[in-house]
Design a protein around this ligand. Sequence first.
Ligand code: NAD
Length: 462
Amino acid sequence: MKAHDGMYIDGEWRPAAGPDTIAVVNPADEQVIAHVPAGTSEDVDAAVRAARAAFPAWAATPPAERAARIGALRDVLVARKDEIAETVTAELGSPLKFSHAVHVGAPIAVAGSYADLAASYAFEEKVGNSTVHLEPVGVVGAITPWNYPLHQIVAKVAPALAAGCTVVLKPAEDTPLVAQLFAEAVHEAGVPAGVFNLVTGLGPVAGQALAGHEGVDLVSFTGSTAVGRQIGATAGAAVKRVALELGGKSANVILPSADLAKAVNVGVANVMSNSGQTCSAWTRMLVHDSQYDEAVSLAAEAAAKYGERIGPVVNAKQQERVRGYIEKGVTEGARLVAGGPEAPREQGYFVSPTVFADVRPEMTIAQEEIFGPVLSIMRYEDEADALRIANGTVYGLAGAVWAGDETEAVAFARRLDTGQVDINGGRFNPRAPFGGYKQSGVGRELGSHGLSEYLQTKSLQF
Ligand code: NAD
């Protein structure tokens, strides 16, 4: 696959400071498809300096012009959509159809939403005798994961650019090729040199250098809670802004009045899509005692159908990790009704779509984020019990509630400690705020709430 052997800094591809590279592997067949440079603190420093230098002019650029550049970026992504889908499929392993629909579709929608918002947002407001100016925070260090590789980049870079910030991006080491493609798109869209910069590299090296760099004003991170905690501590010590999108262990609560078959089928699809590598996946299905057995057989059937359609997980380490969790579920006494720990294919990092029944709230598989195609079905006695189980983890990213009527579902959803809830299968909305309660994170992405993360206020009194 096509790859750049340098970093995109100050509007051009520059040689990396060091000789080390990272091999990019196709998880479907375990073949090395490309190499990208492993950035060092020197590369990060050069990128931050470029972003710093570009900041005053970009911050002073009229919002309509910033909106035009983001709109142009969206158009380039549209024009190159086949290439993007093929690249994500090659480095992440997701089936091509899913790459087109989601890995390309979502970032295009998000880029489009920020082109609109940048043009219409009120960057100035009146409060009594004051005028409040919403000004860009400065240089953003964006650190992204591999699971929705382009979406997570666009969800940070588009609002940052809309706000008038400049950016240094450190993408995940497993999926750097789509990040390079994004840098090309930014260039083609006519975004001025230094406004967006890309440094590929390892998390503990390039990522850490970026998170701790004194020239960065805001660190926006998506990934594991363990690394997020570390980044939050570094940012806190430097009194620097931080946005954290971390893990999840969301509940899919099926109330007795719901359409059970629909709720179960959509619930299984939600967990299995992207091979279970979705932080907001509803990995715990909560079903009333009276419907439990029926729900378990419906879920087992739905998961079995996924067998041939599911892509691999991202790498060998992740495959081992997920299989470890499945074994742990068996050891702790959950009942396997679909899938299991054995690799379904000889080649590629595949995991069988797996469903556990008789999962108790205290089990490891009910508490920890697995990040693989594994669903836990749990039983509840009444609504109070369902609420206690649903809220009984350290996470609070997403969730779902199903009921015969929306009012009943909404009443339950309002009591969930979580940042997003889909009511009776409500669709993803790229303009609605996305982010976590509790240990699922700090701050929000997408829409106007996502834009405000990149702004700070200045009040002028008259
Ligand atoms: P990770 O947190 O290790 O990596 C995410 C990003 O952070 C990558 O770009 C990585 O290079 C960078 N990073 C790693 N260590 C760093 C450090 N010390 N300083 C700065 N940056 C650093 O996540 P992962 O290893 O890719 O995945 C592990 C687990 O994280 C998954 O199994 C899953 O539970 C969770 N995860 C969550 C999300 C989410 O969207 N919430 C996304 C991906 C992974």
